[in-house]
Design a protein around this ligand. Structure first.
Ligand SMILES: Cc1cc2nc3c(=O)[nH]c(=O)nc-3n(C[C@H](O)[C@H](O)[C@H](O)COP(=O)(O)O)c2cc1C
Length: 319
């Protein structure tokens, strides 16, 4: 069984992936947040900064991801990245955000199989990398996803990651497991399950329902509880000294952002993104996150952090 960390734009950047692996482990491959393809043809562009071998721990398997709808652009970006030592390049056709979908990118391309075909015809010509695809059930409905899966079956893909919601649903409601099952059954490629695995029990439920699936991608659940991948790998056994590790994780991420961001506001805003997830297992009521949301200065922020870790706080008390 393999576990993958889902890409989360703005958070699971190289520094985060490296420290996550170092402190928590349990992840077999880290999918990097998307890089948007463009018509630029510079191999030293800053667009590649998150996948440069110099910033990524070379003991980790990292899979770069591209977002776009033009085959020639995809091929240029993918072959440039492949030369850095990567052999799998993931194509994001699942992003649900309207700013992306209205440009027929992310899940916005799913209703247009001819566009998907044109991208893959070009992308799959280069054998210096293998393409994998991360998708949803469709933009609007499952029929779109079915058509896409049948099309994907014609290409030599490394695998397909399926999130069981439509783009229209964004993250609302629950995952549609029946819809996932239909696409899974129709797909001839290796399928990775993605969606709403927040606890070990969620994982057990999904893996019991789909016993032949052995690849799972964890997103928000692994950010909320960074121990979750290793708990799953250890069949539900929890580690000791969790809160100390969480503090070390926080301090390391904070020090990193402090070193690259200028101004307290930027720093506080970035750390708020981090706490959206991490606060859940410290305080399910949302009060803790509200405290972080109010922070405007570094001093104010660090005062809240001190109070959080100085109190008799327990990890995963919301479960
Ligand atoms: C804030 C945010 C940013 C995301 N960024 C990306 C991204 O860059 N690429 C991608 O394929 N998916 C992205 N996703 C989707 C996740 O990778 C994942 O598919 C989604 O969270 C569902 O999995 P989960 O239920 O385990 O969280 C993002 C999700 C969120 C909430």
């Amino acid at each position: 069984m393999k576990l993958f960390l889902a890409p989360i734009q703005g958070l699971t950047i190289a520094y985060y992936r490296n420290i996550y692996a170092d402190l928590f482990g349990g992840i077999d491959a880290y999918y990097a947040p998307f890089i948007t393809t463009t018509s630029m043809r510079k191999t030293n562009s800053s667009l590649f900064k998150d996948v440069l071998p110099s910033v990524n721990d070379d003991t980790l398997t990292v899979v770069p991801q591209l977002l776009g709808n033009n085959g020639a652009d995809f091929r240029f970006f993918a072959s440039t990245i492949a030369k850095m030592g990567y052999n799998e390049i993931n194509w994001n056709i699942g992003c649900p955000y309207p700013t992306v979908t209205k440009k027929k990118k992310g899940s916005g391309i799913m209703p247009y199989p001819d566009m998907i075909k044109a991208v893959l015809d070009e992308a799959c010509l280069d054998d210096s990398y293998q393409v994998s695809v991360k998708m949803r059930l469709g933009l609007h409905d499952l029929e779109e996803g079915m058509e896409v899966i049948e099309l994907l079956n014609d290409y030599p893909l490394k695998g397909v990651i399926i999130h069981g919601r439509t783009g229209d649903q964004k993250y609302e409601g629950t995952v549609n497991l029946e819809g996932f099952e239909k696409l899974y059954a129709a797909c001839n490629h290796k399928v990775t399950y993605n969606g709403d695995i927040f606890t070990y029990d969620d994982f057990k439920k999904i893996s019991n329902q789909f016993p032949s699936i052995d690849n799972f991608m964890l997103g928000r659940g692994a950010l909320r509880d960074p121990f979750l991948p290793s708990i799953i790998k250890n069949n539900g056994v929890y580690e000791k000294n969790e809160i100390e590790k969480i503090k070390e994780f926080h301090d390391s991420v904070f020090n990193y952002y402090e070193s690259i961001l200028s101004g307290d506001k930027h720093l506080c805003d970035k750390m708020k993104e981090f706490w959206i997830y991490l606060s859940i297992h410290l305080d399910s009521s949302g009060k803790l996150f509200k405290k972080f949301k109010k922070c405007k200065t570094k001093k104010g922020y660090l005062d809240v952090v001190d109070r959080v870790f100085d109190s008799t706080i327990t990890w995963r008390k919301s479960l």
